[in-house]
Ligand binder design. Structure first.
Ligand SMILES: [Zn+2]
Length: 105
């Protein structure tokens, strides 16, 4: 059971949150954190991947819910995104800025 969860976890870690392109191990990846809107119920998903529907851009993105006592939490983030390029990271950030019912400042 635990091994299955691990491999699922790793396959999602290798997918760009924005363009869904596979991330290759020998290329740089770009990750950043975000703060979810308090109305999102993420407490049960700490340390797990969740899919978030962005209604304005009609995209579904993958985010890791930051585990408690992780550096991301310390920095005030509860969602982490991993992208294949700086462009994807920027496009994703721009999209998140528009989704006020999903994310807060
Ligand atoms: Zn990408």
């Amino acid at each position: 059971m635990k091994e299955n969860q691990q491999s699922h976890h790793e396959s999602l870690l290798q997918t760009c949150a924005w363009c869904n392109q596979r991330l290759s191990a020998d290329e740089d990846t770009y990750g950043f954190g975000a703060k979810s809107n308090p109305t999102l119920e993420l407490r049960d998903s700490e340390g797990e991947f969740v899919t978030l529907r962005l209604s304005l851009t009609e995209k579904t993105i993958i985010a890791l819910v930051a585990p408690e006592e992780s550096p991301a939490r310390d920095a005030g983030f509860d969602l982490l995104f991993l992208t294949c390029s700086e462009e994807c990271a920027q496009d994703l950030k721009d999209a998140l800025d528009l989704e006020r019912d999903v994310f807060s400042d």
